[in-house]
Design a protein around this ligand. Structure first.
Ligand SMILES: [Zn+2]
Length: 137
């Protein structure tokens, strides 16, 4: 595991952080039933398998939900207010949902709007964190 996964992982999600640091979106898929899981899990809740395979996923999807934040949360003071946080349903990962900042490049964000992800960093508590930022297209 590279340093990104060692620093930011809470356990099962280390390859996700390593992938972001390398400019790739990696998500776990159950080796037995094929279901995508996010957040990462050790054991598949659908079939009980302990085996997951991390696969690279195209960072593209649709806005499932979003909010415009006007509050300066602790640790995120580097973000200019307001900022938009979205939950994106990933087409290439069976609809698995991933959160991230949303950049409104093609007009205001809307439920169902197509977005593409870019690999970036977010400063949290003064430290750079690998991140994916979603852009409206
Ligand atoms: Zn399974």
């Amino acid at each position: 595991m590279s340093s990104a996964g060692e620093i930011w992982s809470t356990g099962a999600d280390g390859p996700y952080w390593d992938g972001l640091a390398d400019g790739r979106l990696m998500l776990p898929r159950c080796s037995s039933c094929g279901r995508w899981h996010w957040p990462a899990v050790w054991r598949c809740a659908d079939c009980g398998s302990w085996d997951h395979e991390w696969q690279q996923v195209e960072p593209a999807g649709q806005i499932y939900s979003w909010t415009r934040n006007w509050h300066p949360f602790g640790g995120l003071e580097s973000l200019q207010l307001p900022f938009v946080i979205g939950v994106v349903a990933l087409e290439a990962a069976g609809g698995a949902r991933l959160m991230g900042l949303v950049e409104e490049l093609a007009g205001p964000v809307k439920i169902g709007a197509p977005v593409t992800g870019t690999f970036a960093t977010t400063v949290y508590a003064g430290r750079s964190v690998p991140a994916i930022h979603w852009r409206t297209t």
